[in-house]
Design a protein around this ligand. Structure first.
Ligand code: ADP
Ligand code: ZN
Length: 757
């Protein structure tokens, strides 16, 4: 509470106080304690130390030196007994005042420690200055030189002095030696005479990539795009924070609207951040931005530390106009931010699933507010959280209800496969889909098949005892991967040869049931042997570049059928795709997750977006055993609003998000009894605090987590829910010091959880 006031309601202390008086630094360390510690600043560091800078200071048991973040400077409240800052970790601050405020907010919002957040927002490559090296710089010592003027020097030493005199600034040792035509010996001699001084300096990270020369021209926006853009430009010109929900069907030209808004921002000399799901960081997307702007930095998860450091420096120096990246790009150190865009805002990858478990959309919202810039959230299938805010007027709804160039939405046909003869014989592709595929392929079109289970068979089932074979470390069924000739756990790294007998009863009659992408590929190859086929999933796309190669072959028409997991459900824009088949819409629907319906709707709407992108048209076949399911029905009618309203009402009755805020506490450990008793103890503590303060917060549980065992740990969870997050925050502050789990038990806190496993 105190810290929040410090940063939100009062001026920052270093804005008020006279620099000379500041002798006490508040340091935050990367530990799960949400507390700042006071340290004295020694005189020689006083003029250098600033908030946002990392320092070394004695910390914890044995007073070992630890790296901490300076988050504030003040007059000392008590001088005695304070430890002193030891040294600076780097010469300049890594975080601006805005970033300090933002990270403090994240710690409060996601109930974690400030130090954990600070540690996350600065990339490791920046902290260890990856890609730079230390060089020895040489400089004349003018005073000594004056005192000994006229001293006779051997010719090589004289040559060195000449080079340095001409330079008038420090030079790297290597350069001096080269220009003076000597080795290091004369330089060492001069250093010993103290005629020259030497000091170590870091080189700058590499220069940015050159941008492509040809710029693509602007398209002429249609009426819907123009109207949306006008609203955004108005906010940009006012330099005010506002969140827009750009709700546009797939292929409605959302990206074009972002690009135009960014052009305006770049025209002001400011920078834009565009967040996209990692999976959409395809060459197609990147090319689109690179062809429209001079300098684009792309931050994806495969960057080396050195590349990440280089981008960070370039961004911080203001040399980058547009930052395109996955979740963590929301922390890009743009000096004059002008706009944030989140494309496909419904994607779950915007939530981080390790501490700090932030959602990039909420962080972006806060950052946009702090820096008074607009935020655009774009989606064809917004989350109910965003839909509700737009509907209630907190955010502004902008609609692109039609595809560009008058293209219609593709018809979506629901195929009830409960009595399908081919499915009964174990095939993945039923009769209707088979016929549709043949029709599309014979007419020269291309086909996309979607199935979100990788491997060959997702279930190994014992006929004798009726039990599925599970991972020895997790409560998760093992999947048969025929290509590797192994069974795999998709939750941990466990893999083993396929069991010859059932681990529960010893029977040898284990059956491999269900269809994964590998088996689907085998089926397609045998039933459509005249047509070329490619599979895209995380197993087949292991090698770097294979993703781009596969998509390129499909774009060129060398591949006629593309099948795969989530990887192919979004973003792809291929005009010749005239049929999309969803092999099994029920896999998502039957997950134990409050958002199962929402995800099913999103999935169908997104895959439908992969077809009908040219005059050739296209259609979608969705195989399901639940044809009456509202999410499937509404998706087939392209009726997002109808689905969202009904689902919001359902959530209201269920007291579920977005009408309630959830905090999920997961308790885990190797000993099941210990975990359960700790989970009970923690939940009881929370219940007592709720009763004592009379807070409108509900507690559910503890109960075994849906995945009751993971990586060898038993898992229980309980959930807190309330209509207002403030109550949850208040509750957490009062209990969190007491929630110290004992022994081998640990717990994690997930605010607004998305993964409920
Ligand atoms: P979304 O992001 O909504 O899926 P895109 O921005 O990718 O849609 O647009 C789909 C396609 O339509 C792209 O190939 C894009 O170049 C094109 N497009 C967008 N706006 C226009 C326009 N005003 N006129 C012509 N083509 C457009
Ligand atoms: Zn496992």
């Amino acid at each position: 509470m105190k810290q929040q006031q410090l940063f939100e309601r009062e001026p920052l202390p270093w804005e008020l106080a006279d620099q000379d008086d500041l002798a006490c630094a508040q340091l935050v360390f990367n530990r799960p304690v949400d507390k700042a510690f006071d340290y004295l600043v020694p005189d020689h560091l006083r003029s250098q130390l600033q908030p946002g800078q990392r320092v070394k200071a004695p910390f914890g048991r044995g007073d070992r030196l630890a790296v901490g973040y300076c988050v504030g400077l003040e007059r000392p409240k008590r001088g005695e007994g304070l430890k002193s800052v030891h040294s600076l970790a780097e010469p300049r601050p890594l975080l601006t005042a805005h970033m300090l405020t933002l990270t403090r907010w994240i710690a409060d919002r996601y109930l974690c420690a400030w130090g954990q957040v600070l540690e996350t927002v600065v990339p490791a490559g920046v902290k260890n200055r990856a890609g730079t090296r230390e060089v020895l710089m040489l400089q004349l010592d003018a005073e000594l030189r004056a005192a000994s003027r006229g001293a006779k020097l051997p010719p090589k030493q004289a040559a060195v002095m000449k080079v340095l005199e001409a330079a008038e600034k420090p030079l790297p040792l290597e350069q001096v030696a080269r220009q003076a035509g000597c080795g290091t010996a004369p330089i060492t001699a001069l250093r010993r005479k103290q005629f020259i001084r030497a000091f170590a300096e870091r080189t700058e990270p590499l220069e940015p990539d050159a941008s492509p020369a040809t710029k693509a021209p602007n398209l002429i926006l249609n009426a819907d795009q123009t109207q949306a853009l006008e609203r955004i430009l108005a906010a940009l010109r006012e330099q005010k924070y506002r969140t827009f929900l750009l709700f546009g069907v797939t292929g409605s030209g959302k990206t074009e609207v972002y690009i135009r808004a960014i052009e305006e921002v770049v025209g002001y000399g400011r920078q834009a951040i565009v967040l996209v799901p990692e999976i959409s960081l395809t060459p197609q997307t990147i090319r689109r931005f690179r062809s429209r702007f001079e300098s684009v930095a792309v931050l994806h998860s495969h960057l080396s530390d050195a590349e990440r450091h280089r981008h960070w420096q370039q961004i911080a120096a203001g040399n980058v106009q547009v930052v395109v990246g996955a979740r963590s790009a929301v922390f890009a150190p743009t000096p004059h931010l002008g706009l944030i865009v989140i494309d496909e805002e419904h994607e779950t990858s915007f939530k981080q699933d390790t501490t700090p478990r932030y959602h990039a959309r909420e962080v972006a919202r806060k950052r946009a507010e702090l820096e008074q810039v607009p935020l655009i959230l774009g989606s064809a299938t917004p989350t109910l959280e965003s839909w509700r805010r737009a509907r209630e007027g907190t955010d502004e709804l902008l609609r692109l209800p039609r595809r560009v160039a008058g293209l219609p939405m593709p018809p979506v046909v629901i195929v009830d496969v409960r009595h399908d003869p081919m499915r009964r014989r174990g095939a993945a592709i039923g009769r209707a889909l088979h016929a549709a595929m043949l029709g599309a392929l014979e007419a020269g079109g291309q086909v996309i098949l979607f199935l979100n289970l990788r491997g060959f068979s997702p279930v190994l089932w014992c006929r004798a005892c009726g039990v599925a074979v599970k991972c020895p470390h997790c409560d998760v069924s093992l999947t048969w991967h025929k290509e590797r000739r192994e069974v795999l756990c998709h939750s941990c790294d466990h893999h083993q040869p396929p069991p010859t007998a059932c681990p529960s009863c010893g029977d040898s009659g284990i059956q491999y049931i269900g269809v994964g992408t590998q088996r689907l590929e085998q089926e397609v190859r045998s039933r459509f042997s005249r047509y070329s086929c490619a599979r895209m999933d995380s197993d087949s796309m292991r090698k770097p570049g294979s993703h781009d190669r596969t998509l390129e072959a499909f774009r060129l028409g060398e591949t006629r059928i593309l099948l795969g997991t989530q990887m192919i459900s979004k973003g792809l824009d291929f005009p010749n795709v005239t049929l999309v088949g969803v092999i099994d819409a029920d896999t998502v629907l039957h997950q134990p997750d409050l958002r199962a319906s929402e995800r099913t709707f999103q999935l169908i709407a997104q895959v439908a977006g992969r077809t009908g992108r040219s005059q050739k048209g296209g259609r979608v076949l969705v195989q399901t055993s639940c044809p009456a399911e509202p999410s499937i029905l509404k998706a087939s009618q392209h009726d997002y609003a109808g689905f969202a309203e009904a689902e919001l009402e359902h959530r209201r009755q269920m007291k579920a998000p977005p009408l309630e805020h959830l905090v999920r506490v997961i308790v885990r450990g190797p000993d099941e009894n210990a975990v359960l008793s700790e989970a009970r103890r923690l939940a009881d503590l929370v219940r007592a605090a709720i009763a004592a303060q009379d807070l409108p917060v509900r507690v559910l549980g503890p109960a075994p987590a849906p995945v009751a065992r993971l990586k060898g740990n038993h898992r229980f969870h309980f959930q807190l829910s309330s209509a207002s997050f403030d109550y949850l925050q208040q509750l957490w502050r009062t209990v969190h010091d007491e929630l110290k789990p004992a022994g081998t038990v640990e717990f994690t806190v997930d605010v607004d959880p998305i993964n409920l496993r």
